[in-house]
Design a protein around this ligand. Structure first.
Ligand code: P6P
Length: 350
């Protein structure tokens, strides 16, 4: 009988092997995240029945129609995390301001950023969706956490990962010691190690980009999009419009996922995706799996965040495919690059 390794056992063994001096707080935080994933699985698996499909009626900080499941998942994560004493502050895609730990609860040594339900525009079509999370060490020194704990460059991340609620629920994470995937066994309610030590294949299979926006891309990106379609690339196109799924396929099959900047909305000159709880955590996972993630100019993980909800262009996957995007953009999108670099700061790890 194959050895059953639960996520709890895996995290504990990783702690014992690599962080013997650890207090167990991080390990318990990861347990909390796994529990939240199980609860959201329950929510999403019966969304069509429990009248929690469809819009919640509100619009979130992104100006996007909040889906009821978004609201459920966001509220659930906060309530599961606010009293544990493991976190000093949180940041959520669904909340305009940082989420402070209530004064009645203790604070802890970590900060959590999360997108509670990425891809939620697909909820009503039964397309897989997911949760994305990023964990940083606290840097503030006061009694409660501050925005500085949330606005740290991605290379300082302690851990990151995502959950996909689909044909099965998967949780993929990295704590800086490789990338590991777990599949939820609904019969026993446990996440079991199903994808140990994920490495992005050196031979890519798919590219993933929304060609519907070709007319709005800057010239370098347009040429990159054309380059990807060339027969000598030997790539097939897959684009689901749910980033965790498009990313997960890229990680397992090799290839590139891209959401470039475009000219559709003058208020969003740097694209749609958010740095802190979408691109940076997935960049951390990708690079731990041997891939690379870029904003088209430099490493996503070297961006110094200036706002919780800051948007950046995103290219992630096999290093050579991502660096090719940087090459086209550098050669043909000079004006855009100058504006971007004047507003977005890259810092080099010390
Ligand atoms: P578009 C989902 O709303 C999301 O934020 C990502 O999950 C996904 O990659 C992207 O938007 C899809 O956006 O403009 O291609 O529909």
């Amino acid at each position: 009988m194959a050895k059953l390794i639960t996520i709890e056992r895996h995290i504990l063994e990783e702690q014992q092997a690599h962080f013997p001096e650890a207090t167990g707080t991080f390990t318990n935080l990861m347990y909390d995240i796994a529990l939240v994933a199980k609860q959201i699985t329950h929510l999403t698996s019966r969304a069509g029945l429990a009248n929690i499909l469809g819009a919640a009626g509100d619009v979130n900080v992104q100006g996007e129609q909040q889906q009821k499941l978004d609201v459920y998942a966001d509220d659930l994560i906060y309530r599961m995390m606010d009293h544990t004493g493991r976190l000093c502050i949180m940041g959520s895609e669904e909340r305009p301001e940082p989420l402070h730990i209530p004064d009645k609860y203790p604070t802890g040594p970590y900060a959590l950023l999360y997108d509670p339900l990425d891809g939620s525009s697909n909820i009503d079509y039964n397309v897989s969706i997911g949760t994305i999370f990023s964990i940083h060490r606290r840097v503030s020194t006061g009694d409660r956490g501050t925005i500085d704990d949330l606005l740290q460059p991605g290379y300082k991340m302690v851990a990151a990962g995502y959950t996909i609620y689909g044909s099965s629920t998967m949780l993929v994470y990295s704590a800086g010691i490789g990338v590991h995937g777990f599949t939820l066994d609904p019969n026993i309610g446990e996440f079991l190690l199903s994808h140990p030590n994920i490495r992005i294949p050196s031979k890519p299979k798919y590219y993933s980009i929304n060609h519907g926006y070709t007319a709005y891309w800057h010239d370098g990106v347009r040429q990159y999009g054309q380059w990807l379609t060339q027969p000598e690339r030997n790539l097939s196109l897959r684009y689901i419009g749910s980033m965790v799924v498009d990313f997960h396929r890229t990680l397992l099959s090799g290839g590139v996922f891209a959401y470039p900047a475009d000219t559709r909305d003058p208020d969003k000159p740097f694209g749609k995706l958010r740095l802190n709880y979408e691109c940076a955590p997935l960049a951390f996972v990708a690079e731990q799996a041997g891939g690379y993630a870029s904003d088209g100019v430099g490493p996503i993980l070297n961006i110094q965040p200036q706002d919780i909800h800051q948007r950046v262009p995103f290219f992630v996957g096999n290093r050579d495919l991502v660096e090719k995007a940087e090459e086209f953009i550098d050669q043909h999108d000079t004006e855009w690059v100058e504006r971007y670099m004047s507003e977005v700061q890259h810092v080099v790890p010390a």
